[in-house]
Design a binder for this molecule. Structure first.
Ligand code: AMP
Length: 418
């Protein structure tokens, strides 16, 4: 019986994993530079956590959750996003008492029962960070700046933030009513299920990928026309901060995000390299979540960046990192050199030079073939002759040039050639 990875999931194969590791290290280095500390939460949570935060009308909760009852009858969901679990942990462990500011980052798989296509998977991965405890426009600007800096560092140039403000609850309520009043008469013929969802939260219309709905929305009222003075002022302050920081951005009133928990600022970074799946990341402010989870009122802002999408874009623009080469393959030319081969390999490992050697007593020809396949830069050959003359044959696997070198100092010589 041969098995396949479940639909919508991907194996990260050895030839690709270095690209993931590379991106993860840029993310970890950069977030730590800005004072963020990583949080790791379980792969599954109480289902109610996501219903409460993402909202019942969100696509995630209404149709995409991997939810099940465990053997104890608990309702469990594989995490479909990273923010709610991070904030649940923050509240549970009392990490953000009133007045404190906490910076959290995470690297996590997420699970969504979605229709798989390029850039959209049932298990995908996110880098995210959350700035907890500040309601200022500076906090929004920091998160957006750090997001753009990440894309710059990994080589996706020209990333631009599309920003919008959803205002406070009163503003969103008035806007939802106005949007529904505008849209409802134009939705005749749509399914009852869709209409019910739109009536419960008209903002969901703005996430629709349907071209007819997008067209119908062109003349729809804009949320920014409903902002209260205070929200408008902080949105303007954010724009000034982003301009000062040299962050490319554009105001786009169509950005509302697919999760119900957002308040005030929302943003996305889009790419034209991925067809329909154009969002590289999405984020914004969610000032009510900590309170919803039983903590004191605590403003928060954060972002989640799709790892697969960043990798796909890098591949498309020809910036996929090449596989790092092994430094050396140590060849045992005669059986009596086994101990010397182990010793040399040990010395190379201790010096930080990557190497492997034959484990199965293959012929010298076969070992050199393996060395070529392994992608090693050099072969180091040891046999009876080399043992007696205290030498090593150093073979450049790219050019096949070979020379006898003293055994003493071979590690330094190799280092200087790599
Ligand atoms: P969201 O949590 O929906 O705001 O998503 C944030 C980012 O995660 C998106 O902009 C995508 O880059 C990525 N993402 C979300 N869902 C998927 C998925 N099913 N497959 C691949 N990437 C995803």
């Amino acid at each position: 019986m041969r098995f396949q990875a479940p639909r919508g999931t991907n194996d990260v194969l050895p030839a690709d994993s270095h690209r993931w590791i590379g991106l993860e290290s840029v993310f970890r280095e950069l977030t730590s530079l800005y004072g963020y500390r990583e949080i790791r939460t379980p792969m599954f949570e109480d289902t109610e956590l996501f219903v409460r935060s993402a909202g019942e009308t969100s696509d995630i909760v209404s149709k995409e959750m991997y939810d099940f009852q465990d053997k104890g009858g608990r309702n469990i969901t594989l995490k479909p996003e990273g923010t709610a679990p991070a904030i649940r942990a923050l509240v549970e462990h009392n990490l953000c008492p009133p007045g404190a500011v906490v910076r959290l980052s995470y690297v996590t798989p997420i699970f969504r029962y979605d229709r798989p296509q390029k850039g959209r998977y049932r298990q995908s991965h996110q880098f995210g960070f959350e700035l907890v405890g500040s309601a200022s426009a500076e906090a929004d600007a920091e998160v957006i700046e750090l997001t753009i800096r990440f894309y710059e560092r990994i080589g996706i140039d020209g990333a631009k933030a599309l920003i919008n403000s959803l205002g406070r609850e009163e503003c969103r309520r008035a806007y939802r009513q106005a949007l529904l009043a505008y849209a409802e008469p134009k939705l005749i013929g749509e399914s009852e299920e869709f209409l019910a969802k739109v009536r419960r939260n008209p903002l969901r219309l703005l996430d629709s990928k349907d071209a007819n709905i997008q067209e119908m929305l062109e003349e729809a009222p804009k949320v920014t026309n409903f902002l209260e003075v205070e929200s408008w002022q902080r949105f303007e302050a954010l724009q000034t901060l982003l301009t000062d920081a040299g962050i490319p951005f554009e105001v786009d009133s169509g950005i509302v995000r697919g999760l119900d928990y957002y308040t005030e600022t929302v943003f996305e970074v889009l790419t034209d390299k991925l067809g329909a799946q154009s969002a590289l990341c999405g984020g914004g402010r969610y000032d009510d979540m900590v309170k919803e989870f039983g903590g004191p009122p605590t403003p928060c802002v954060g972002v989640a960046m799709g790892v697969e999408r960043a990798l796909l874009v890098l591949e498309q623009i020809g910036k996929a990192a090449p596989i790092p080469n092994l430094g050396a393959y140590v060849v045992r030319a005669t059986p009596d050199a086994a101990k010397a081969v182990h010793g040399l390999a040990r010395e190379l490992h201790a010096a930080g030079i990557s190497c492997i050697f034959d484990l199965d007593g293959r012929s010298i020809k076969s070992q050199l073939g393996q060395a070529d396949k392994s992608g090693a830069r050099f072969a180091l050959i040891l046999g009876t002759d080399e043992l007696s003359s205290n030498t090593v044959q150093l073979r450049d696997l790219a050019t096949s040039a070979q020379a006898e070198e003293p055994r003493v100092g071979i590690v330094d010589l190799l280092r200087s050639r790599l």
